[in-house]
Design a protein around this ligand. Structure first.
Ligand SMILES: NC(=O)c1ccc[n+]([C@@H]2O[C@H](COP(=O)([O-])OP(=O)(O)OC[C@H]3O[C@@H](n4cnc5c(N)ncnc54)[C@H](O)[C@@H]3O)[C@@H](O)[C@H]2O)c1
Length: 259
């Protein structure tokens, strides 16, 4: 599927990897719709790249159904159709204000797991399923009958057994890729996953600030954090490559987390 002239939903598009995906899709001639709770960030990107190309439909929490539906309606009103989505929002943990979790509380609490799962797991399906419902009813975009593609963002933490709440939810996202791909395949929709390694974004600021901690994770080559543009290039490649379906791609410089 080509990117130029097509429209893509990007959750978490106001920051980090999602923002890089928005910029790449627009650079390649596509349009982007940012679904994010960070209204200021989304607005700023839309103003910079052009509101004719980027829609920032206000605050949209992926854990809620109605705001997501409304945002998708606005997307269709402005752009007419969709070609896919990058489900790229996420949280590393729950803030102590939500869970009481913090120094002294060594075990991940149930409240923390519930908070993180709501966003990183159920929030992923909430948006992905609603985008799929739109895609399967549209006309094919290509001669082979393709109606679009959805990319779910997992993490190497979910594959390497790191971080109880974050890693478990990211493992669940990895597990969603194949059954979801099988469900939408008869309609010409593809589902792929990306498991990023350690990338330089606001989520990993603590590692950018502490190179010793970063170096202890980055044992392979190249021994540096990934740049968001390198992730965005892979997003574009997946959209443009019809034979990619039902799989998860690690983009991690060979890193295997040991913690
Ligand atoms: N940065 C990394 O090293 C790395 C590694 C592996 C996986 N990932 C995954 O990549 C994705 C992007 O991460 P990032 O590093 O760009 O993080 P980030 O913190 O820069 O961006 C995450 C975005 O998600 C949004 N978000 C959070 N909760 C939301 C909610 N309830 N509803 C809507 N939007 C919400 C935030 O506002 C933010 O804009 C996440 O799924 C993350 O788990 C990142």
């Amino acid at each position: 599927m080509k990117i130029s002239g097509n429209t893509f939903i990007v959750t978490g598009g106001a920051s980090g990897l999602g923002e890089a995906a928005v910029r790449k899709l627009v650079k390649e001639g596509g349009n982007a719709v940012i679904i994010d709770v960070n209204v200021d960030g989304a607005e700023k990107i839309a103003q910079e790249l052009g509101t004719d190309r980027v829609l920032a439909p206000g605050k949209v929490d992926v854990t809620e159904e109605e705001p997501v539906k409304k945002a998708l309606e606005l997307a269709l009103e402005q752009f007419g159709s969709l070609a896919g989505a990058v489900i790229c929002h996420g949280v590393l943990g729950a803030p102590p204000s939500v869970t009481g979790y913090g120094p002294g509380n060594a075990l991940t609490s149930y409240e923390q797991m519930k908070f993180v799962a709501g966003i990183n797991f159920l929030g992923v399906y909430n948006v992905a399923q609603k985008v799929a419902e739109i895609l399967i009813k549209q006309e094919p975009l290509a001669e082979d009958g393709e109606r679009g593609a959805i990319i779910l963002i997992s993490s190497i933490a979910g594959l390497d057994g790191s971080l109880v709440s974050y890693g478990t939810t990211k493992s669940a996202v990895a597990g969603m890729i194949l059954p979801f791909a099988r469900e939408v395949a008869p309609f010409g929709v593809r589902v792929m996953g990306i498991a990023p390694g350690v990338f330089q974004t606001p989520m990993t600021q603590v590692l950018t600030d502490n190179q010793d901690a970063a170096n202890s994770l980055l044992q392979m080559f190249p021994r540096r954090m990934g740049q968001p543009l390198e992730f965005a290039d892979l997003v574009a490649f997946i959209f443009e490559t019809p034979m990619l379906n039902g799989s998860l791609i690690r983009i991690d410089a060979g890193v295997r987390l040991q913690v």
